[in-house]
Design a protein around this ligand. Structure first.
Ligand code: SF4
Length: 332
């Protein structure tokens, strides 16, 4: 089999990493590449292993999304409504198993399959508190979803109109000539029979507090909808379903101005990503010196690459005043 090629494709989470810390972007998208091969240089192999480290917040987000996906798929298959207690119990069994894996240290030998938490690997302060809050987040989010108006409405709708779901495979789609990937957690065709392709509803489950970038993300979904499903961006309406700490279901309309802004941001971000490449066609980066470390030390505390990031600003104790949630997308 020919070796996998590291192709450049834009995604919302890639943009967020790029904007938050260029050095992390370099490690995540370039240095780690090929590090899964035992014949690769040790520097790459270590970067790959570190890239597989997750955090308590990220793990909580992953298990919540898996639980909701499970509920949606079982409902779509046979109209079975899974109760909140069952969803929570299943997720917490997984949670405990992942924590045990992280403590075992087996990640070092199988980083693709075995969980390693940044809280364990770097012996972070308040490790136990963070894990307890992560576990609480899993339970609260899944119960909020089960009690949400969104879930009730989806059950009343036509499952045949569910178009894309969390867990479906990612495909690269061209938007404005740019290869992009990403999708909402659920897309639903709400068009009346006599007006096909006139209404698309997209849903995103959020396991943290609202952020300004959430609205921007909706604009990208709207742009994506045109290329992927042939819905005009203006036909898209989104619902952001915040599940923690308290449930909020926020409907976001996509305006023509919003679409233009989304296009502008996408084009600018793409040009910036290309500007750090020595060879754009082959996606070969410039030297590491073109990828400066962040100026926000609070981002370093839970960054998996601390071990190899020797000039990071986060090594002083004052940097330990990290924000409650990771600033990087849990599904980057
Ligand atoms: S440790 Fe800090 S500076 Fe280094 S890659 Fe991570 S976030 Fe960036």
């Amino acid at each position: 089999m020919p070796p996998l090629k590291n192709k450049l494709a834009w995604s919302f989470s890639r943009m967020r990493t790029f904007d938050s810390c260029r050095r992390r972007y370099y490690y995540q998208h370039y240095l780690k590449w090929g590090g899964w091969d035992e014949r690769a240089p040790e520097e790459r192999r270590l970067a790959y292993r570190l890239s597989r480290i997750t955090s308590a917040d990220q793990l909580a987000g992953e298990l919540v999304h898996q639980g909701i996906e499970d509920a949606l798929r079982r409902f779509r298959s046979n109209r079975l409504v899974v109760g909140a207690d069952e969803l929570v119990a299943t997720a917490l069994v997984k949670w405990d198993r992942k924590l045990a894996e992280s403590q075992s240290g087996r990640w070092k030998y199988d980083p693709k399959r075995v969980t390693c938490l940044v809280e364990d690997y770097y012996s972070l302060p308040d490790r136990d508190g963070r894990l307890a809050r992560g576990k609480e987040r899993v339970e609260v989010c899944l119960r909020s979803f089960c009690a949400s108006r969104t879930w009730e409405e989806l059950r009343r709708g036509r499952v045949a109109n569910w178009m894309a779901m969390d867990g479906d495979s990612f495909e690269t789609v061209e938007v404005l000539g740019i290869p992009t990937y990403g999708r909402p957690d659920l897309a639903y065709d709400a068009s009346p029979p006599d007006e096909p392709k006139s209404r698309l509803r997209v849903f995103d489950w959020k396991t943290g507090s609202p952020r300004d970038s959430d609205v921007l993300q909706v604009r990208f979904y709207a742009l994506l909808a045109e290329s992927r499903w042939d819905f005009s961006p203006e036909s898209v309406r989104a619902r952001l379903v915040y599940l923690f700490p308290s449930p909020v279901e926020q409907t976001v309309a996509v305006t023509a101005e919003g679409i233009e802004d989304g296009k502008r941001v996408l084009l600018e971000s793409w040009e910036l990503m290309k500007s750090v490449l020595a060879d754009v066609d082959e996606n070969i980066p410039l030297g590491i010196e073109h990828f400066p470390v962040t100026r926000r030390p609070e981002l370093c505390l839970r960054c998996p690459f601390q071990e190899i990031c020797h000039d990071r600003p986060g090594s002083s104790p004052s940097a330990a005043a990290a924000t409650e949630e990771d600033d990087f997308d849990p599904f980057a």
